[in-house]
Ligand binder design. Structure first.
Ligand SMILES: Cc1cc2nc3c(=O)[nH]c(=O)nc-3n(C[C@H](O)[C@H](O)[C@H](O)COP(=O)(O)OP(=O)(O)OC[C@H]3O[C@@H](n4cnc5c(N)ncnc54)[C@H](O)[C@@H]3O)c2cc1C
Length: 451
């Protein structure tokens, strides 16, 4: 292989992550080739051949960089001269505190900026094998082509690549009413106290259960896209589909009340129990066990707040089920986002198990910079833990539970606590400000060190 070939950075996929990775590496002086399969090979969700096409909503969510973790990620990307953010700002549409954009001009502008960059070229065509040589970033997103998916699966093992995202809602632990809920594993199973108290239980009376089933049946749901369900339904049924199969189905499934004693009212036998389980090592986030759902977001919060103990729940992310190809990053990637078994290949974007345009672009930004630094012979530490970028990359490459790994949005539950600040809801505003102040300083220092 020629010298130029090994020094070039090849990026597979010119979506949110691939486009941002290319921009960052090219600006650091590295030659980049983007390999994009569209428009030659299409997906069911993309409509154009543009790079960085937004496939569904046109929102980059909150732009509040003091009180919101996504807004903080915006800030960090802007501070690193991010192409996706600069272009979004240019094509911004009025949307209150959110950053919504005019999608077609946005994608056209990103494409033009990359095409015009002297260090970037774009080759249209599908990559169907994992490359053995050279520097590569795989950023093929939730709709990674079938052939490449099979090649990834062959390298990583069949159980390390998922094709569906079946997310149960994730709740901030601090927002749960512990006067109602209690910690206990079914039949107190486990060797240690931690294992015996691994689940958080929310009890329901018969009336509460019946009202909950009625609300589930009546709730607004989203539909699957054509061809999206193939191979999915065997795995995990949405709770509303279970409820449709029979009013008792959930009570014999994820809501079964057996092996549990209400710590607050030991003599009351609950009619049904909703269980939550730790979703991150910090224990700040909990997922509702077996509660994957296709309910629309508004309906979801309403219905789930009917669960005793969750009346004031704050959601770190809501549930959903859709076609989504992603790898088990906690076991497969190092903190430089390199595939441990083939360190010449990095992964970036939604295929790493982050979720959303912003998070995907952010992981592209990081992978592009880390890859370029390595090619230039000046390897760089990964993003600092206390930044939004760092919290996210540490979550997917280690902080998340590998066994139950599901894609994650950026949120403050991923952040290390700031010492000496009040917990709970009342201290939230000060706490979030402290997180974002700390993150900005650490991120700026990291960016400056690369300049
Ligand atoms: C139906 C649907 C709706 C969604 N709605 C939203 C939403 O409303 N808001 C939100 O924030 N996120 C949404 N997402 C998630 C969104 O797709 C991602 O957040 C974001 O686009 C991911 O960026 P990415 O760069 O990782 O992947 P993408 O933006 O999808 O880019 C990946 C690129 O790789 C290309 N590619 C795939 N395989 C190959 C191959 N073998 N060779 C060459 N090129 C290849 C694809 O053509 C694509 O251009 C949705 C996803 C889907 C599937």
């Amino acid at each position: 292989m020629s010298a130029t070939m090994t020094e070039t950075l090849h990026i597979v996929g010119g979506g949110m992550a691939g486009a941002e990775a290319a921009w960052q590496a090219a600006n650091m002086g590295v030659n980049v080739v983007i390999h994009e399969m569209r428009p030659k090979v299409e997906t069911f969700a993309h409509r154009t051949g543009h790079l960085a096409e937004m496939v569904c909503s046109n929102s980059f969510r909150s732009d509040d960089d003091e009180q919101n973790a996504v807004g903080l990620l915006h800030w960090e990307m802007r501070a690193a001269n991010g192409l996706i953010m600069a272009t979004a700002d240019k094509h911004r549409l009025p949307a209150g505190g959110a950053l919504a954009v005019d999608r077609d001009p946005f994608a056209e502008s990103v494409t033009a900026a990359l095409m015009d960059h002297p260090n970037v070229s774009v080759e249209y065509g599908e990559i169907s094998e994992l490359p053995t040589e050279g520097h590569w970033i795989i950023a093929t997103g939730p709709l990674t082509s079938t052939a490449l998916g099979a090649a990834i699966q062959e390298e990583t093992g069949a159980d390390r690549l998922a094709f569906f995202d079946a997310i149960a809602p994730i709740i901030y632990a601090e927002s749960i009413d512990m006067d109602v809920a209690w910690l206990q594993s079914r039949y107190d199973k486990g060797e240690t106290e931690e294992e015996q108290k691994a689940y958080l239980n929310c009890p329901m009376t018969k009336d509460q259960y019946e009202a909950f089933i009625d609300a589930l049946l009546a709730a607004d749901k989203t539909e699957f896209h054509e061809g999206e369900t193939a191979g999915y339904f065997d795995g995990c049924l949405p709770i509303e589909v279970m409820a449709e199969r029979g009013r008792e189905t959930l009570r014999f499934g994820p809501m079964k009340p057996v092996g549990l004693t209400n710590a607050h009212k030991p003599d009351d036998k609950p009619y049904a129990v909703v269980q939550l389980r730790r979703d991150n090592a910090l224990g700040t986030l909990l997922n509702i066990v077996g509660f994957q759902t296709k309910m629309k977001y508004g309906a979801q919060t309403e219905v789930l707040k009917m669960i005793p103990g969750l009346e004031n729940a704050s959601f770190a992310r809501l549930g959903g089920i859709h076609r989504n190809t992603f790898i088990n990053s906690p076991t497969l990637l190092d903190d430089q986002m390199r595939l441990k078994s083939r360190p010449n290949i990095r992964f970036a974007g939604q295929v790493t198990g982050v979720e959303g345009y912003v998070e995907s672009a952010a992981m592209g930004l990081l992978a592009g910079r880390l890859a370029a630094a390595e090619i230039l012979g000046k390897p760089q530490d990964t993003a600092p833990l206390n930044t939004a970028m760092g919290a996210l990359v540490h979550h997917i490459t280690g902080g998340a539970e590998a066994k139950t790994f599901q894609p994650m949005n950026v949120n403050f539950g991923l952040f290390q606590p700031v010492e000496g600040l009040k917990g709970g809801r009342r201290g939230r505003k000060d706490r979030y400000k402290a997180y974002t102040d700390r993150a900005k300083a650490d991120w700026q220092a990291w960016v400056d060190a690369q300049a």
